[in-house]
Design a protein around this ligand. Structure first.
Ligand SMILES: Nc1ncnc2c1ncn2[C@@H]1O[C@H](COP(=O)(O)OP(=O)(O)OP(=O)(O)O)[C@@H](O)[C@H]1O
Ligand SMILES: O=P(O)(O)OC[C@H]1O[C@H](OP(=O)(O)OP(=O)(O)O)[C@H](O)[C@@H]1O
Length: 526
């Protein structure tokens, strides 16, 4: 009986093709058990994507965990001899916490690892296999590479204190130029240093051209060495590397990766489907002197491809920008701006109960959503871009790019309470708020123990009725506080509306997004 591959789901088809690809390239299948001793994850916690794992006591009384990761187990057992390079691929399920569903989830991963004497040829071989893996999915894809040495080389050259690096890297990952400058200065950088750091955000685009641009920005030997390695990679990839992109601001998972890193995206899938890079430090914990490079493909993400239809299917001619617009005062201001910038919808959404209005000529479609849902639509790729208050964005901690501070809807996140409020530090402070995460983070930084009371509106009532001691809420004019005999105790976060983008959409609709963003900036400047 002949097997028809097209009768299988995209993830199943990918499994067949990738398996053939890795076997042909000389990689051996690594089959591992579903469980591992918990002690391994305790010891190597910093190399895991999440510290939380599912544990159980085995029949022999030992504490075990359902595997949250395959690479650690392979690195532990591979033990390559000096000069030897071991090659494995795997097709396994791992168990990780899911932020969205608040429970653990099974994730289907396929990937490969190259461990031991990893030279430039082996490194290029793994990147080529990553490119071929994406090509095997038979939909438009993009591979973006970077080198951790370039970012760390710059931070070292600028003498950025260790304690400030995490925040700066976070902002780089968000492509958040507007906050990066202020954060760099707060970290003690000079104007010129802050400019150099923000300059990293410009260094993205086709591999060759971006490498040329990056050479003019080097400030240390470590950065030059990183670029040389990327150049050598490009040379080795030759024609196979065509279309590869470089993004030198990519700086996530620095605990795990040290040198070359790469991320793969599939059009129509909102999150990265492939992640990989050099993880020599982890490897050397198990085998001194050995290096390692590998990648994983998240097969579950591919199932979304079957759900797509019509014009949003990858490869279709028309490119639409789907915009999540918050219903209400902020959305009206944002829409006015977009309409001025040439993106007026064909009908007035305030005159209808429609939740979708569009302008096919301009290639935009507006989704009218609750303000607190904007970041969710964008993170999940239901919308490509959105306008959202920083309060809601910070509260959701959505994994999106924050490309512009529009300056609209300005207000401040504050702690407020009765005018004569005096904190009784002998007990937990009772805080009423809509912004549970923001309030928790704020008091954690202050080292103050709190009890949170989550409310959905009219927060000011809580201290009046004795439900809480204070509130954490936004203050614009201060009228609501004044009229309820309350006062600001502390102001700790400036708020305004931000322009956000889905990370994968940004790769595939870059031209349309930058055009819209630039027109919006022009409209704002008027
Ligand atoms: N005085 C203000 N009060 C509330 N929000 C303001 C104010 N000024 C600016 N904003 C911004 O407008 C955004 C939307 O606020 P709006 O009050 O319209 O929605 P919401 O009631 O917070 O949302 P939801 O209905 O989803 O709970 C806020 O996230 C905030 O960033
Ligand atoms: O400083 P002001 O100009 O008085 O604005 C601040 C008020 O606006 C917001 O409430 P919103 O109108 O969104 O109503 P809510 O109580 O439903 O959140 C916020 O929660 C404050 O109550």
């Amino acid at each position: 009986m002949e097997i028809q591959l097209q009768n299988f789901t995209p993830a199943e088809q990918a499994t067949f093709r990738l398996r053939a690809l890795y076997e042909q390239a000389g990689y051996r299948k690594y089959r591992c058990s579903r469980f591992e001793e918990y002690a391994l994850y305790q010891e190597y916690r910093r190399f895991l994507p999440d510290a939380q794992v599912v544990t159980f006591t085995d029949l022999d009384g030992k504490l075990r965990a359902i595997k949250p990761d395959v690479t650690l187990s392979i690195a532990k057992t591979a033990q390559p001899a000096p000069g030897e390079c071991k090659r494995f691929y795997y097709n396994e399920e791992v168990c990780r916490p899911s932020r969205e569903s608040h429970t653990f989830q099974t994730i289907h991963q396929m990937g490969l690892e190259c461990m031991g004497a990893v030279d430039a040829a082996a490194q290029a071989e793994v990147v080529r296999l990553a490119l071929q893996s994406l090509a095997a999915l038979e939909v438009p894809t993009v591979l973006e590479v970077s080198h951790m040495g370039f970012v760390t080389g710059l931070l070292d050259a600028l003498k950025v204190p260790e304690e400030s690096r995490g925040r700066l890297l976070e902002l780089l990952n968000e492509k958040n130029a507007h906050e990066l400058d202020a954060a760099a200065r707060a970290a003690g950088l000079t104007e010129e240093g802050a400019e150099a750091l923000c300059g990293l955000l410009q260094l993205h685009g086709p591999l060759g051209a971006t490498l040329t641009a990056a050479r003019n920005c080097c400030r240390s030997d470590a950065q030059r060495a990183a670029l040389e390695e990327l150049q050598a990679l490009q040379n080795r990839l030759g024609e196979d590397g065509r279309g590869t992109m470089l993004d030198l601001s990519m700086a996530d998972e620095m605990e795990y990766y040290n040198g070359l890193v790469f991320t793969g995206y599939v059009a129509g899938v909102p999150r990265a489907v492939l992640k990989g890079g050099r993880y020599d430090y982890l490897m050397q914990r198990f085998t001194p002197g050995a290096n390692a490079i590998g990648f994983a493909i998240y097969l579950d993400e591919l199932e979304r491809l079957t759900a797509q239809s019509g014009e949003d299917r990858p490869g279709s001619e028309k490119v639409w920008l789907n915009i999540a617009l918050p219903k209400g005062r902020l959305g009206d201001k944002a829409y006015k701006l977009l309409a001025e910038a040439g993106y007026r919808a064909n009908e007035d959404y305030n005159d209808t109960r429609k939740l979708v209005v569009e302008n096919p000529e301009a290639g935009v479609r507006y989704f009218l959503v609750k303000p607190s849902d904007v970041a969710i639509y964008v993170e999940h790729g239901a919308a490509d871009i959105g306008i959202v208050g920083k309060d809601i964005l910070a509260e959701s901690d959505a994994d999106v790019y924050e490309l512009l501070d529009t300056g609209m809807g300005k207000c401040r996140m504050c702690v407020a309470g009765p005018k004569d409020f005096a904190d009784d530090e002998s007990r937990a402070l009772r805080v009423a708020t809509k912004f549970v995460n923001i309030a928790r983070d704020h008091y954690e930084r202050c080292g103050r123990d709190i009890d949170i009371i989550k409310l959905n509106g009219s927060i000011e009532l809580a201290p009046i009725l004795g439900l809480s001691d204070v509130i954490v809420d936004i203050v614009e004019t201060g009228t609501t506080l004044r009229e309820n005999n309350l006062a600001v105790i502390e102001e700790f976060m400036p708020i305004s509306a931000r322009f956000i983008a889905n990370k994968a959409s940004y790769k595939f609709k870059y031209q349309q997004m930058s055009t819209l963003l630039n027109k919006m900036k022009e409209a704002l400047a008027q």
